[in-house]
Design a protein around this ligand. Sequence first.
Ligand code: PBG
Length: 322
Amino acid sequence: MNLTNRPRRLRRTESIRALVRETSLAPDDFVYPLFVCEGEGVRREISSMPGVYNFSIDQVVREAVSARDAGIRSVILFGVPDTKDPVGSGACAEDGITQRAIRAVKREVPGMLVMADNCLCEYTDHGHCGLIEHGEVLNDPSVELLARTAVSQAEAGADVIAPSNMMDGFVEAIRRALDQSGFDHVAIMSYAVKYASGFYGPFREAAGSTPQFGDRRGYQMDPANSREALREARLDVEQGADILMVKPALAYLDIIRAVRERFDAPLAAYQVSGEYSMIKAAALKGWIDEERIVLETLTAIKRAGADMILTYFARDVSRRLA
Ligand code: PBG
């Protein structure tokens, strides 16, 4: 037995563990996702996501203030409109739910960075992320609508546009539309590597965006593929993405690592709704220690290579880190 090296020396006390710790979490690592609905005074808990709400605009402002008080500096807004139609016209409306929410948060919560999720699925009655013809999700016409939506979100004051719909060429189209409208300073965080995942289930309840027929495998990625993730990331970098994202997070740590190693762009990871709900459900049953597992999963995501994490735990965890 050669015990010249005893790794346990560096684990003896919390002080020494803190000194040699390689990965740490801070409130400004997080982007806090918020769902905004119509009405006033609305705070409707999502049954499959305890602790996550549909907020009316007045309430989303309150929630953003409380997030800021916990040290969070970025939110991402998802609109939950009252009315939907086949072409998702609410997505790009000047007075659409997302656009009004962006204006309110930018006005009422100075300094808060506001990202806008850019997709059609919350606004279409069929629940798909693009326009439909003969049961197929069309690419190019959908991209055009996304680009218009991006401009309307930038006009409302969004700092970052976050396209999530996985149509081909969306980054290029959005970049061009933003630049032509005088928004060359608005950044794009591309959901570059987005898998067709069962982990989005609870989100679809929160956003009312479950596809009414078929599924999203025709545009979101096959969970079995990793080289394809690098191709997707490369295409988005070439098209002008400022920040790349991998989504979901915990089941795709290898992908986060691979993208981190190949690309220099800042990398985001999205700890999605199903990841949140699984932890919450087990914690509510008393089977796991929620606080501990939240920190462990977020640390793992950062250790894998994410610079920032979108997580529904953002506010709670930031309070504890403070
Ligand atoms: C919209 C979108 C989805 C998520 C983020 N943007 C749903 C989907 O693609 O079905 C999922 C986020 C989550 O599960 O927390 N396209």
